[in-house]
Design a binder for this molecule. Structure first.
Ligand code: GRF
Length: 190
């Protein structure tokens, strides 16, 4: 069976994780094709980058029959990667891809996850906690926000002069390695 990846981006994300996944698939590092990139709005910055990479794209706006419209757009996909999507996926969509919906979080879960833990808020919380390490986590999506089995975690040091921005940049570099690696593992059934 040919594996096809559906990537769901957000309204504001840069799309850098999406690009890392596209590059990994197009170079053959990850044995799958990009089925579709779906954005919740036509002006999502990531969408234009996906178009440039010549992968199929769609806009599916939240609202009535969101689940149904998403599932239609995802037809043929065998695995989903959330890359900056800031909303919970409808249960019907999770049910259609059991154990095959992945998300990336810019910190070491299970700490520093949950409501309000997104963007710079996460890195600020990590720095304020006095932790000496941060990193990223790729996990299987379950109905509970930022929970679900962790597939890959990568860690980095925190330096005394770090700001949320410098830490975010160090973590982002790890995210781009971790996401394709986790996707490969899920495809291999690991
Ligand atoms: C990343 O930090 C990721 O961990 C989080 O959303 C951000 C998306 O960034 N889920 P990008 O759009 O992939 O650059």
């Amino acid at each position: 069976m040919e594996e096809k990846v559906g990537i769901l981006v957000g309204t504001k994300g840069r799309g850098s994780n999406m690009l890392a996944l596209i590059e990994a698939c197009q170079s053959g590092k990850v044995p799958a094709q990009i089925g579709i990139v779906i954005a919740p709005a036509a002006d999502s910055p990531a969408l234009a980058k996906a178009v440039e990479r010549k992968v199929p794209t769609a806009v599916v706006e939240p609202g009535e029959s969101y689940a149904e419209r998403l599932l239609k757009a995802l037809n043929g996909c065998t695995v989903l990667c959330l890359a900056g999507l800031m909303r919970m996926l409808p249960q019907e969509v999770l049910n259609a891809f059991p154990g095959r919906v992945l998300n990336i979080h810019p910190a070491l879960l299970p700490k520093f996850g949950g409501k309000g833990m997104f963007g710079m808020h996460v890195h600020r919380a990590v720095l304020e906690s006095g932790e000496r390490e941060s990193g990223c986590s790729v996990h299987i999506v379950t109905p509970v926000y930022d929970e679900g089995p962790i597939v890959v975690q990568k860690t980095c040091r925190i330096f005394s002069d770090d700001t949320p921005e410098t830490l975010a940049q160090r973590v982002l570099t790890l995210e781009h390695e971790a996401y394709p690696q986790a996707l490969s593992m899920v495809l291999r059934g690991e």
